[in-house]
Design a protein around this ligand. Structure first.
Ligand SMILES: [Zn+2]
Length: 282
């Protein structure tokens, strides 16, 4: 039986920073993967000093599209769909006010396009965003809103009847960073080096998703480097000496070799002991 996962993301690089090791593992297990990215990331800062050059800055949208294609290939995505909206920038920025910004698009128009993609690709599992208390970027909030409506809309014959045959997604998850993961990596880094890149985050640890949610841990042993390599492919977005790579892969694998997910919806119930995003579907 062919199995498909579809990931919804806001910007180029989000697919590599959230759940990339899990998608890489699923692809290695024969799952077909489809990536939908809402914006071109045009409003993001250039965070890697060696890429902060006029030839890059003046062509940021096309540079980031190339970076995304490389990253998606590293993770193993079969298909990349760009919705082509403009990055909205952070709240209150001038990018935010542009009429072509993603955050200013009518919600139903975005939903309609995404429903059409879901009905065409027929994924069993969809990855989207949770409430995102932590990172209130307007594009992420909009992807969250989309996440919460697209599965029901795609299955409903009365919604967008000209946009394909209704399709029922079985499970909807959001990749999340749990407080437990953060604390364990923080402690391990303190022990190993005396300092931790997560010190700032630890001050807000009680705001991270807590265990009362329907969460699961997906083992990504052997796939962590693939996710990191994909993230490094976003050369303009990611400082290769930065936060994301501060914890050695071996340490992550020995302390917390999982990526965390929250189950947002399911047609097959929830098994608190599940270990795979596709559990319960075969
Ligand atoms: Zn983003």
């Amino acid at each position: 039986m062919s199995r498909t996962i579809l990931s919804l993301h806001a910007h180029p690089d989000d697919e590599s920073s959230k759940g990339a090791g899990s998608v890489a593992r699923l692809v290695s297990e024969g799952v077909r993967a489809v990536l939908v990215t809402a914006t071109g990331g045009e409003a993001g800062d250039i965070l890697n000093p060696v890429m902060d050059r006029p030839d890059v800055a003046n062509n940021l949208a096309s540079v980031r599209e190339d970076e995304l294609a490389r990253a998606a290939k590293i993770i193993g995505y079969d298909t990349v769909v760009l919705l082509g909206y403009r990055d909205s920038g952070m709240p209150e920025s001038t990018d935010n006010a542009r009429p072509d910004a993603f955050c200013n698009q009518p919600f139903d128009a975005v939903l309609e396009r995404t429903v059409e993609i879901v009905r065409a690709e027929r994924p069993d599992v969809v990855l989207g965003y949770d409430a995102h208390e932590f990172y209130p970027h307007p594009d992420h909030l909009k992807v969250h809103e989309l996440t919460m409506q697209v599965v029901d809309a795609a299955a409903d014959a009365e919604r967008f009847p000209n946009r394909g045959t209704p399709w029922q997604v079985k499970k909807l998850y959001a990749p999340i960073f749990t407080g437990k993961r953060m604390s364990m990596l923080h402690e391990a880094m303190l022990e190993l080096t005396g300092e931790s890149p997560f010190a700032g985050w630890m001050e807000r640890i009680d705001q991270f998703p807590q265990p009362d949610r329907r969460t699961m841990r997906f083992d990504v042993t052997g796939f962590i480097d693939q996710g990191r390599e994909a993230l490094r492919a976003h050369r303009t977005q990611v400082d290769p000496d930065g936060f994301w790579f501060a914890v050695p892969t071996e340490l992550v694998e020995s302390v917390y070799p999982w990526e965390d997910f929250e189950l947002l919806a399911s047609t097959v119930g929830w098994d608190p002991d599940e270990t795979n995003l596709f559990d319960g579907l075969d």
